[in-house]
Design a protein around this ligand. Sequence first.
Ligand code: A2P
Length: 336
Amino acid sequence: RRFNVAVVGATGAVGETMLSILAERNFPVGKLVPLASERSAGGTIDYRGDDYVVQDLASFDPTGIDIALFSAGGGVSKEYAPKFAAAGAVVIDNSSAFRYDDDVPLVVSEVNPDAAKHRPRGIIANPNCSTMQMLVALAPLHRKYGIERINVATYQSVSGAGRSALEELGRQTGALLAFQDADPQRFPVQIAFNLIPHIDDFLDNGFTKEEMKLVWETRKILGDDGIQVNPTAVRVPVFYGHSEAVAIETREKVTPEAARELLAASPGIEVVDEHRAGGYPTPVTHASGRDPVFVGRIREDLSHPRGLNLWIVSDNIRKGAALNAVQVAELVANGG
Ligand code: A2P
């Protein structure tokens, strides 16, 4: 059977990758409908070598759509996802609009695929990019050794903030190399040649919302409210690929050798962990444009008897967003 697929936000950084991944993985697409705002309606996007006209979401009738992939921001999802679901579509939503609702499953395809089967509102949420890659790597360790606590600092590329953020890093880099002003617009301060310890809004507890997503989503996806997470989220001047320095504390001790072996045999993971120059994953050399979550720098925590350090890198637009959404669509298509 084939599925009529709508991609909401088809002109965006994630939406365009959703389209290319649907094609790459031969998803059984019947009718394809790219949707965006009236700004880009009427333009065309490419799918498998053919041009498709982008339609205006606001005036589109979702009747007949089987699967809708949403990546156009939380506000758009809040307003339109329930309308698509009411028309009979299964919505896979990349925004944070529904992630914390009890009746909306939050699914990482390698970690909790069965959760996608129970979707009373017809909506499945795609996790935040940083949580996604962290849990692909940590879930196998959690199952075998019991993770009690996670300390994580993220190094997040600008593509996570959309096309305008990619343009801002490029523009600022050029401007600064030409001795002109950075002129920050998309980010609160200069991002080129800088780091920004602030992603999404500040909350009352002093953490940012991006940081709390790592806490809330980890607990929901692993189904373990006792797991402690201490996050710092940082935006870095990298175009594609998020990196994370992660320190875990486990109930049972795990050696680096055992962790390497377990992770190398787990789905969606590639271990790159040689003790030599270049023998570790980086966004540019390994992750950008590729599917796996790469794990390296696996070593014991010198300061804790049951502590393990890991360096986790993945393409935030692919596994962190578009790829997982399409993998969830595959679960749905296969009867999940
Ligand atoms: P548009 O091209 O019409 O602006 P990014 O995350 O890369 O910035 O992309 C955001 C995506 O969400 C784009 O495809 C954008 O379409 C789409 N989008 C933003 N606001 C709306 C809206 N109000 N209705 C429909 N699509 C929207």
